[in-house]
Design a protein. Structure first.
Lengths: 333, 317
């Protein structure tokens, strides 16, 4: 199935007449796909998601979700989507179950059906034991899972996740990915997510759009994006003193070989498949490989290639964001 | 493909769900409930009892040192008790008795009741309505800041329902507090008039509801675009006391300078206060009550319409 679930054409949002947050982006998301927007804070990810979930009006261009125009039929869109926002939006003074039932009410789901679905969802995100506890007693990971459950109460065709693991520690983040995978498998829906974590995009997304300064710089599967950089790096040494650069270069998929004082730096496509062939070729000529290592390019390199800056450069603003978040949590408490 | 959501929220469903959320939050917080009860007690105690206006006009405040007080003669025909110059002499005990009956008359003419407590404790209901509705604006600012508003906006629930649930919540809270004030006021010595009947209570709630509707729409409209609760706080602090004192809540309008009278006569709080007084402590005048209701009704209709229109326009940026 290659039905286009989300389609954006020239989607643009300008704030206060001069701040262009999203600048003529075009993309489409296919049925059943996990589509990720990857970019630093302020790149326009949340603005894009907010337009798609109909809480922001586009300044220019158009977009549709399941064929419903987001500007012309926002209510139709709202009915078929689920949203897991960046913030913890669950009401802290209510219990987990009460929060899910509140969401159900907002979709007009009758109480008996809502209860049934809520119990199923709580089981799925493993919060059944905590359903009658107030949300203020929940940990960050539990809150995330509750948000996921709330986002699914209307059995959405498309689930929008805005920075689903922002501010979570590494273990909780990995666990949250597991829940997202499980949910996707269970409901077979289409997922649109934003993230600024490279590993997250790499591990969860079928296709990634790298967005910077409101523009999509490149779209593709994580694999394709990495390959587009020209391949992996194989570093190897041999026992003998002879220069074997030409021999290595003759192996299929090898792009480039550099001899750096007896250590060869080989740039090759599909590194893990090519490496054994390189070893084989050398052995056939009587050389002995003493050391070999393989470095696959990560999305960080992809990101660096396309945006001209490392993801690490954006960490400072992440820190600022976390501080702001802490202030907000204190304010809530 | 998973099945599409086959349900659509009815207007009422969404409003009720959101109102329930607010009320639950409120009921879950015993401290807030306790404060809601304590606040009117303190105000009634301090304001209603500390300044005993009724006592001011009594004989004990007239210095009668001499047993006989000469009143210079102005009489063409000297009264029997007067001397040959026309001066009369009044026994101070008699004068004191006269004043005792003048006091309540003055009170009745100015305040409409003989004790200030009955006058102001009923005014406290308007005071509570104003304060409760003012903070309805704050809650939408918080919902926006904490992301809850965005989540609600991404659901098919009507935008008007979001605003209206806040209005309803403020109204319920104000009515609850009004009930407490009424009960307490009766315990502390409120004297209801002869025209009071249980049906008046229903009318009283209707009047309170109308003002809640209008006022919370005003404050919500002010808060719709705001992301800073400080701004909202500043607005509330600036206008709460002027609105309160430029009305008949604590002091009668007839005794105010004309410029305050002008404000008080368009201040909807005056109309609620008058309606409540008519229904409880005054001799009921049907025409006054009808006028109060008409004013409150128009105020509520105009501002809730504006509030809902603005919510459609401004909730989606």
């Amino acid at each position: 199935m290659s039905e286009e679930i989300i389609k954006a054409e020239g989607l643009t949002k300008v704030f206060n007449k001069h701040l262009t947050a999203v600048d003529h982006v075009n993309f489409s998301v296919k049925h059943g796909e996990v589509f990720g927007f990857l970019g630093p804070n302020g790149a326009g990810k949340t603005t894009t998601i907010n337009m798609l979930i109909t809480i922001l009006k586009p300044t220019e261009g158009k977009a549709s979700v399941l064929g419903f125009d987001i500007a012309k039929h926002p209510d139709a869109v709202r009915n078929v989507i689920g949203v897991v926002p960046q913030e913890y939006t669950a009401d802290e003074d209510l219990t987990g179950l009460e929060n899910i039932l509140l969401c159900a009410d907002l979709y007009g789901i009758p109480r008996n059906i809502a209860k049934e679905r809520a119990m199923d969802l709580l089981k799925l995100v493993e919060l059944t034991d905590f359903k009658d506890k107030k949300v203020q007693t929940y940990s960050g990971g539990m809150r995330r899972r509750l948000e996921l459950a709330c986002g699914l109460i209307n059995r959405p065709n498309v689930l929008f996740l805005d920075e689903p693991t922002l501010g979570l520690d590494v273990q909780t983040r990995t666990a949250t990915w597991e829940y997202i995978r499980k949910l996707k498998k269970e409901f077979g829906m289409t997922l649109f997510m934003t993230t600024h974590y490279l590993e997250e995009a790499d591990s969860l997304c079928d296709r990634v759009a790298i967005i910077d300064h409101g523009k999509i710089v490149v779209v593709g599967t994580p694999e394709d994006l990495k390959h587009s950089l020209g391949g992996d790096i194989i570093t190897l040494s041999i026992k003998e003193d002879t220069d074997v650069s030409d021999l290595i270069l003759s192996v299929e998929h090898v792009k480039e070989v550099k001899n750096e004082d007896g250590s060869y730096r080989v740039k090759a496509e599909y590194g893990e498949v090519t490496a054994p062939f390189v070893i084989e070729a050398l052995r056939r000529k009587g050389y002995t490989v003493t050391k070999l290592s393989l470095t696959e390019p990560t999305l960080n390199e992809v990101y660096l290639e396309y945006t001209g800056k490392s993801m690490r450069d954006t960490e400072e603003s992440q820190e600022a964001f976390r501080t702001q978040r802490m202030t907000m949590r204190r304010a809530r408490a | 493909m998973s099945k599409m959501n086959e349900y659509h929220p009815s207007r009422f469903h969404g409003i009720w769900a959101l109102t329930k959320r607010e009320l639950k939050k409120w009921l879950n917080e015993p401290i807030i409930l306790l404060m809601a009860v304590l606040q009117p007690i303190i105000w009634m105690g301090l304001f209603g009892k500390a300044m005993n206006l009724g006592n001011m006009f009594s004989s004990s405040n007239i210095n009668l040192n001499t047993p006989v007080i000469p009143i210079p003669g102005r009489f063409l025909i000297p009264p029997q008790s007067g001397d040959i110059y026309g001066n009369i002499y009044i026994n101070s005990t008699a004068l004191s008795q006269t004043f005792s009956s003048i006091g309540p008359t003055i009170m009745r003419n100015i305040f409409g009741v003989t004790d200030y407590f009955s006058y102001m404790s009923v005014g406290m209901i308007s005071f509570i309505v104003l304060f409760t509705t003012m903070f309805s604006g704050m809650s939408i600012v918080w919902d926006r800041r904490l992301g809850f508003l965005n989540k609600v906006l991404s659901t098919p629930v009507s935008r008007a329902a979001i605003i209206f649930s806040k209005v309803l919540n403020a109204s319920f809270r104000a009515m609850f507090q009004a009930t407490i004030i009424l009960i307490l006021a009766v315990i502390f010595g409120l004297q209801v008039s002869a025209t009071f009947s249980p049906i008046n209570i229903l009318l009283l709630y209707a009047a309170i509801f109308l003002l809640c509707l209008g006022l919370s729409s005003v404050f919500l409209a002010l808060a719709l675009r705001s992301t800073k609760w400080e701004t909202q706080m500043a607005i509330v602090n600036l206008i709460n006391l002027p609105l309160m004192f430029a009305s008949n809540t604590f002091f009668p309008i007839s005794q105010m300078p004309s410029w305050i009278q002008a404000i008080a006569s368009v201040n909807p709080i005056s109309y609620l206060t008058d309606a409540i007084r008519q229904l409880t402590v005054y001799q009921l005048s049907a025409s006054s009550v009808m006028f109060d209701f008409a004013f409150l009704g128009v105020f509520a209709a105009v501002f809730s319409f504006i509030g809902i229109a603005l919510s459609w326009r401004y909730l989606t940026k």
